[in-house]
Structures are given as structure tokens and as C-alpha cells.
Design a binder for this molecule. Structure first.
Ligand code: MN
Length: 238
């Protein structure tokens, strides 16, 4: 008997990119990221400031690219083709198990952990996309558009349902809310998203931002914080 054949190494024309990943607070190892989803308008006060009715309409979603991730302490290079970049502080949900048509009551079993994220948005391009009925990628899925802090396991901190969520710019409070203000809870978001896409371990979900969004400039420092989850600090450069 000959030894089992090992599959041939593919002969890459273009080699695969390095996997997108996040560190885990206080321990080694990295969490490989599959997809990044975002939830639109999930805090009533932010919906109102964006000119929308805060009624409990079904959640809607957009995506960022895994390679848009940017780690804690990094520089955020001011992106091109915009004069109005807005950071949106958000609770990031990291899935450890995937699935389709996940029940609300079972959804938290799929959540591995949490992080503090910033949904960086080219607001001027988003406004234009909304007005013209165009897709949102240019506003949401550009380079470095998904800063995210280290993950903390739910096994360690539980599943936060309430707690301060805030963003400071150069030490001045810009956004201040509470996770309890979310229109759609984390289990509801996971369940609804799983009716649209097959979710997988490694998926991240940015779950929406409270009121107070506004532009940032080159040279400013951003400090995002969620009670019980952690911090994320960035410098706007470029
Ligand atoms: Mn957002």
C-alpha cells in the first residue's frame, strides 16, 4: 500500500490574501473574520437625527469587507473622495457558530463574543447614494472603514443588554447612549440576518449607533468605549 496521496498544492496565479482577524483580549490566538455586516438605524435617537421615523420597522443591513478591519491603536488614514467622514460607535457581535433561520431564543448560543467598533461612514457619499437610490458600498466599505477593538468572549463577560456606549473626539463627548436603547436586540438582529444570509463562525455584526454622529478631521483622536466590553482608540491621519 502506498501512502495516501497528499492533495497537490494549488499553483496560485494570484496568492490568497492573509486572513482578516481580530485579537482576543487577555489571551493569545486570533479570531478569523469571515464577513462583516452592519445594521442600519438601530437607535431611535440616531434615526431621528438622520431624518427618519424611529418606528420599529424591520432591521436592514449592509456589509463591509473583512479587509476593511483596522485594529486598536492604529492610524485611520483620512479616506479619499469625501469631506465628511463620520465615526459611529457600535457594539460588535462576533459569531462562533453559523446557521440559517436561527430562532431568536437560540441566537445568543451563536455569539462567541463582543468588541467595540467604529462604523466609519463617508456621510456625503452615503447621502448621495440614498438620494439617487444607489448602493452604499462607497459610503461604508472602503479601506480601514471597520476599526474594531479586541474581542472579549461572552463566556467571560456574558451578553451585554445594557451599558454605556460612547465616543469621544479629542476628549470631547460626541456620542453617548446605552445599549438598552437598541431598537432591535442582539438576538433579534442575529435571527433576522440569518433569514437573509447563511451566517458562519467568524462573522461580525456592527449593531448600530446612538445619536451624536458628526465629522472628524485629520489630526483628531477618537476614543470609543462600551461599558463591560472595552475601548478602541484611533488617530485620524493623512
Ligand atoms: Mn452604523
Amino acid at each position: 500500500m502506498s501512502a495516501p496521496a497528499t492533495p497537490p498544492e494549488p499553483s496560485w496565479i494570484v496568492p490568497p490574501p492573509p486572513p482578516a482577524s481580530l485579537p482576543v483580549r487577555g489571551r493569545g490566538g486570533r479570531f478569523a473574520v469571515h464577513r462583516i455586516y452592519g445594521v442600519g438605524r438601530n437607535f431611535a435617537d440616531h434615526a431621528v437625527e438622520m431624518g427618519h421615523d424611529p418606528a420599529r420597522e424591520p432591521p436592514f443591513f449592509f456589509q463591509k469587507n473583512p479587509d476593511n478591519l483596522l485594529g486598536d491603536g492604529a492610524d485611520f488614514p483620512y479616506p479619499p473622495r469625501t469631506a465628511e467622514v463620520h465615526p459611529e460607535v457600535e457594539l460588535v457581535v462576533a459569531l462562533g457558530r453559523g446557521g440559517r433561520d436561527i430562532a431568536v431564543a437560540a441566537a445568543l448560543d451563536h455569539v462567541w463574543g463582543y468588541a467595540v467598533g467604529l462604523d466609519m461612514t463617508r456621510r456625503d457619499l452615503q447621502r448621495e447614494a440614498k438620494a439617487l437610490g444607489r448602493p452604499w458600498e462607497v459610503a461604508k466599505a472602503f479601506e480601514h472603514a471597520a476599526p474594531c477593538g479586541a474581542l472579549v468572549p461572552a463566556a467571560e463577560i456574558g451578553h451585554p443588554r445594557a451599558g454605556a456606549i460612547r465616543l469621544d473626539v479629542d476628549g470631547e463627548r460626541r456620542q453617548a447612549g446605552d445599549l438598552a436603547q437598541m431598537i432591535w436586540t442582539v438576538p433579534e438582529v442575529v435571527a433576522t440576518l440569518s433569514t437573509l444570509f447563511e451566517l458562519r463562525a467568524g462573522d461580525l455584526i456592527m449593531t448600530g449607533t446612538p445619536a451624536g454622529v458628526g465629522p472628524v478631521r485629520r489630526g483628531q483622536r477618537l476614543h470609543a468605549h462600551i461599558a463591560g466590553v472595552g475601548d478602541l482608540e484611533l488617530a485620524v491621519t493623512g
